[in-house]
Write a new protein. Structure first.
Length: 379
C-alpha cells in the first residue's frame, strides 16, 4: 500500500497550506487529502450550510478553521499573515450558474475581487509561496462545437458565472506576468490557475446540480427530474482535478525552491491548466443519470423548461497541456467515478455519518493506489 504522505514527492508534509473555500465540496475533499499528506491545513471561508461535507467529515476539529469573506481584504490579509503559508489553494467562489442569474453582483465581486484580494495578499507577503487559483472550464468563450477548449482559446461567458471566471482568469494572468518569479528582494512567488470540468463525488449537496438532485430524489423514492438530458459534460471524480492541483503545486514549489531558479520553466508552469477526463469521455446528462441508477435503482423523467436561463449544451475540455507539461492524466473512468460517488452517497443515506471520514479517506487511498498501478508521476 502506498504511504499517503509520500505522494507528490512528500512536498506537502509539514507545510502550511492555506485553503480558501475550505468548507465547500471540493475544498473539503482537498483538506482531507492534504491532512493525509501530512500538511498543516488552514481554512478561510464563509459559513457552510448545516448539511455539508465539511461537517460530515468533522473537519472543523482537524483543520485551523477561520470564517471570513474573500471580498474583505483586511480580514483576509490578517488571516494569511498569521499563517505565512507556503501554499495557497484558492477555491472560494460563487460557483452556481443558475444562481449567478439571480445574484450577478455577488457572483462578480466574489469571483473577481475575491481572487484579486487573494493574489494581492500573496504579492505583498514576505514569504515564498505557491498559489493555485481554481476557476472553471466555463471561462471559455465556448462555441459548443466538437473541438475541445484548450488553454489558449478565447475567454468569455454567456452567463454571469462564466463571465466572472473569465474575468478572474484575466486578472490572474496579469498578476503572474507582473509578479511571479524572483523580485528585487529575492522573494519568490508562483501563481497558476486550474480550469476544471464538471466534478462529481460524495458530499456535494448544492442545489441545481444533477448528482445532488439525483440523490435527493432517490432518498425520497421519487423520480429524478432532468432539465437538460442531451447536454454533454466532461464528468470526472473530484479526486481527478485535486490530483492535478496538488501536482501543479508540487512542481511549482520545486521550481521556486531551486538554488538557481529557472525563470523560463517557472513561467511555463505559472500558467493556466485544464484538468478533465480523457478525450472522448464526455457523456450526456441522461448517461450520467442512467449510470447512477445502475447502482441505486430508481426512475428518471425529462423535464425541459423552455423559460430556464441559458446553459451551454456542450462542454469539451482539452487536457493535452497538463499531460505533456505536468505528466498528469486521469485515473478513474466515467463508470468508476459514478460508482464511487454513489457508494459514498448511499453510506450517507444510511445515516452512517461516523463512517464517512473513513470512507472518504479510503477512496483517496484507493485512487492513489490505482494511480500508482497506472504509473502516475505523482505517486
Amino acid at each position: 500500500m502506498i504511504e499517503p504522505s509520500s505522494a507528490f514527492r512528500s512536498v506537502y508534509a509539514g507545510k502550511k497550506v492555506f485553503v480558501t473555500g475550505h468548507t465547500g465540496f471540493k475544498g473539503s475533499w482537498l483538506c482531507e487529502w492534504l491532512l493525509l499528506l501530512g500538511a498543516k491545513v488552514f481554512g478561510y471561508s464563509i459559513d457552510c450550510t448545516e448539511q455539508s461535507l465539511f461537517s460530515q467529515l468533522n473537519l472543523q476539529e482537524r483543520v485551523h478553521d477561520v470564517r471570513g469573506d474573500v471580498r474583505n481584504l483586511p480580514a483576509l490579509r490578517e488571516a494569511v499573515s498569521a499563517v505565512k503559508p507556503e501554499f495557497v489553494f484558492h477555491l472560494a467562489a460563487q460557483s452556481l450558474v443558475r444562481r449567478s442569474y439571480t445574484e450577478p453582483l455577488v457572483t462578480f465581486t466574489t469571483n473577481v475581487i475575491g481572487s484579486v484580494n487573494v493574489m494581492e495578499v500573496i504579492r505583498t507577503s514576505l514569504n515564498r509561496c505557491v498559489a493555485i487559483m481554481i476557476t472553471t472550464d466555463k471561462c471559455y468563450e465556448n462555441p459548443e462545437g466538437l473541438l475541445a477548449c484548450s488553454e489558449n482559446d478565447p475567454l468569455g461567458g454567456h452567463d454571469p458565472y462564466s463571465a466572472s471566471k473569465a474575468a478572474a482568469e484575466i486578472a490572474i494572468d496579469a498578476y503572474r506576468r507582473s509578479f511571479c518569479g524572483t523580485d528585487q528582494n529575492g522573494r519568490r512567488i508562483a501563481i497558476a490557475s486550474a480550469r476544471t470540468g464538471n466534478v462529481i463525488g460524495g458530499g456535494d449537496w448544492a442545489a441545481d446540480r444533477i448528482l445532488p438532485d439525483c440523490v435527493r430524489a432517490l432518498q425520497r423514492s421519487e423520480p429524478i427530474l432532468v432539465r437538460n438530458e442531451n447536454s454533454t459534460r466532461p464528468w470526472q471524480h473530484v479526486l481527478e482535478p485535486l490530483s492535478g492541483y496538488l501536482l501543479l503545486g508540487q512542481k511549482l514549489w520545486k521550481e521556486i525552491s531551486a538554488e538557481n531558479i529557472e525563470q523560463t520553466r517557472c513561467k511555463e508552469l505559472s500558467s493556466a491548466f485544464n484538468f478533465g477526463p480523457l478525450p472522448g469521455s464526455d457523456r450526456a446528462v441522461r448517461d450520467l443519470v442512467t449510470e447512477v441508477l445502475r447502482h441505486w435503482p430508481g426512475r428518471w423523467f425529462p423535464q425541459a423548461d423552455a423559460t430556464a436561463p441559458h446553459e451551454a449544451r456542450r462542454l469539451n475540455l482539452s487536457i493535452n497541456k497538463a499531460f505533456h507539461l505536468l505528466g498528469w492524466r486521469p485515473v478513474w473512468d466515467f463508470s468508476r467515478a459514478v460508482a464511487e460517488t454513489v457508494v459514498w452517497y448511499r453510506a450517507a443515506a444510511s445515516k452512517s455519518w461516523t463512517e464517512l471520514p473513513r470512507l472518504t479517506q479510503r477512496q483517496i487511498g484507493d485512487y492513489t493506489q490505482d494511480a500508482a498501478i497506472g504509473g502516475a508521476c505523482w505517486v
